[in-house]
Design a protein around this ligand. Structure first.
Ligand SMILES: O=C(CO)[C@@H](O)[C@H](O)[C@H](O)[C@H](O)COP(=O)(O)O
Ligand SMILES: [Zn+2]
Length: 214
């Protein structure tokens, strides 16, 4: 067997295992539902969603913002969302003049208004710029949601809603985050635009894994 075949099988197994753990974790699913509700409330009150993360999670923040602003899979009006990771002039100026730990909080200080909401994505839960972004939200009395891993890290006790993805490795945690991000957009747009959700076989409150076993 080619080395690459072995590695893809190992990685698929790890990814499935992390997702399986979330499938069985009703408490985390409830926490995720709170994140959906907070974002929905913000949009229904005329607010907007700001997102941030580092590395692969910066890409996630941009990916999700694109889906809100453009679309996920159904045609609808644009939903306002902005990733704080895209303007190289702003990022380099803040990083250079004040430090990388405030690249997101400084932007939030200037942008946040009463009905907004923030989603930070950090696999460790310890990235200082995300911690400071959450603190900036607190200052402005704007709710903050964190998608994280590894038990939640430092942000866990600071944010309003903390969705902790299972997984040992950063990459596994990010793969769970991507499912959460697509689901978040699907739930919010369905509620805002009255889309009928295709729930497949997952129509009850019972986790899919338990239904299969029954
Ligand atoms: O995408 C990956 C690894 O899969 C990396 O770029 C990763 O996102 C970076 O190391 C980040 O700096 C990690 O930050 P965080 O998730 O701990 O906040
Ligand atoms: Zn990556």
């Amino acid at each position: 067997m080619h080395q690459a075949s072995k590695i893809i099988c190992r990685n698929l197994e790890r990814s499935i295992s992390a997702k399986q753990q979330l499938l069985e974790d009703t408490q985390m699913q409830q926490e995720f539902s709170k994140a959906v509700d907070l974002i929905l409330q913000s949009y229904q009150s005329g607010g907007r969603l700001y997102l941030a993360g580092n590395g692969g999670s910066a890409a996630d923040a941009q990916h999700l913002a694109a889906e809100f602003v453009c679309r996920l899979s159904k045609d609808r009006a644009s939903i306002p969302a902005e990733a704080l990771t895209t303007d190289s002039s702003i990022l380099t100026a803040i990083g250079n003049d004040y430090g990388y730990d405030v690249v997101f909080s400084r932007q939030l200080e200037g942008k946040l208004t009463a009905n907004d909401v923030f989603l930070g994505i950090t696999t460790s839960g310890n990235s200082p710029n995300i911690v400071k972004a959450v603190e900036a939200c607190k200052e402005k009395q704007v709710p903050s949601i964190i998608f994280t891993g590894h038990g939640g890290g430092e942000v866990r006790s600071l944010c309003d809603v903390c969705v902790i993805a299972p997984g040992e490795l950063t990459s596994q945690i990010q793969e769970v985050h991507l499912v959460l991000e697509h689901t978040l957009c699907e739930c919010v747009e369905a509620a805002l635009f009255n889309f009928k959700l295709d729930l497949g076989s997952s129509t009850s409150d019972q986790p899919l894994s338990l239904k299969r076993a029954a």
